[in-house]
Design a protein around this ligand. Structure first.
Ligand code: 0GY
Length: 291
């Protein structure tokens, strides 16, 4: 297990753009603090503490009003740190949990009351063993009555085997980080074409974040922009965006979150698309009661 990953940026720049009212960061995490919310024994990495106060401060700084906190693997299926952050978020925070397949209806009800609206499944080598497909199916049967969705996080090379399985699942699925293609291989690479094909099915949504993860050129990560731009233009009503703060497992170039917001000027072709990406789409998925 390594703790050599970079800490989050200490003082992100102010973005060059003013985000639309109600803008949502639909992918970020809280880590610890470990003294209050210990990390999972089975974790594959130990991050630096990234508590809710720092997340709230970042959101104020960037002009973000709403957010979805995604359970990270380093906390395993103990969603306490995330639930605590949501509870302090004045209704502007929702969560995506990680759960065991034998979770009870009462436990799911408690998560729902705590602001959880979906469950995440990982298929990423550096985060440990892939989610078990039978366990995924069992969990999904249990969450459907709550109207939740699944968040699927996979490496690009998993898509060929995963796509037929995902196509059988009867619920909304949100794909993390544009399906994690290698940006240096271009938008015509088979894995990205497969993702575009999957997106033709209206059950699928995709997060156009993770530019810093798929980039091979490094800061300012503009080699990742064509991927996000293509997704936003083709599927304007099923795209979400997030900071991915505090950026777990980044070893080389810790992004400045202000720069990541600036990239949105290139990812969205105009203000109308930007509003759908940051406001309308996350509202439909996470705050439908406010519509
Ligand atoms: C991300 C990506 C990563 C980590 C996790 O659950 C996690 O630990 O999500 C990663 O290492 O690529 O979405 O934040």
């Amino acid at each position: 297990m390594s703790s050599t990953y970079l800490p989050f940026h200490p003082s992100p720049k102010s973005p060059d753009i003013t985000l639309p009212a109600g803008a949502c960061d639909a992918h970020c995490h809280v880590f610890g603090p470990a003294a209050a919310f210990p990390f999972a024994p089975e974790r594959t990495y130990t991050p630096v503490d990234a508590p809710k106060e720092k997340l709230f401060e970042l959101h104020r700084h960037l002009g973000i009003e709403r957010s979805v906190i995604v359970q990270a693997s380093c906390h395993g299926t103990d969603n306490a740190a995330m639930l605590d952050a949501i509870a302090h978020g004045n209704g502007n925070y929702r969560g995506i949990a990680m759960v065991k397949p034998d979770i009870s209806e009462d436990e799911l009800r408690a998560l729902d009351a705590g602001g959880v609206r979906g469950v995440r499944f990982n298929f990423v080598s550096h985060l440990g063993k892939d989610a078990d497909i039978d366990a995924v199916r069992t969990t999904i049967e249990k969450i459907i009555p709550f109207g939740w969705h699944a968040v699927v996080h996979f490496e690009a090379n998993r898509l060929e085997t995963l796509a037929p399985v995902l196509k059988q699942l009867p619920l909304t699925m949100v794909i993390d980080h544009m399906g994690r293609p290698d940006a240096s291989l271009g938008t015509d690479q088979p894995a990205f074409r497969m993702l575009l094909d999957l997106m033709e099915d209206e059950r699928f949504w995709v997060k156009v974040c993770g530019s810093e993860r798929i980039s091979r050129a490094g800061p300012p990560f503009t080699d990742a922009v064509p991927f996000g731009r293509m997704l936003v233009e083709r599927f304007p009503d099923r795209v979400l965006w997030g900071t991915d703060w505090p950026h777990p497992n980044i070893k080389k170039h810790m992004p400045d979150d202000g720069h990541l917001v600036d990239l949105l000027q290139m990812i969205a072709p105009d203000d109308a698309h930007l509003k759908r990406l940051l406001v309308d789409n996350p509202t439909r998925l996470y705050w439908p009661e406010s519509l």
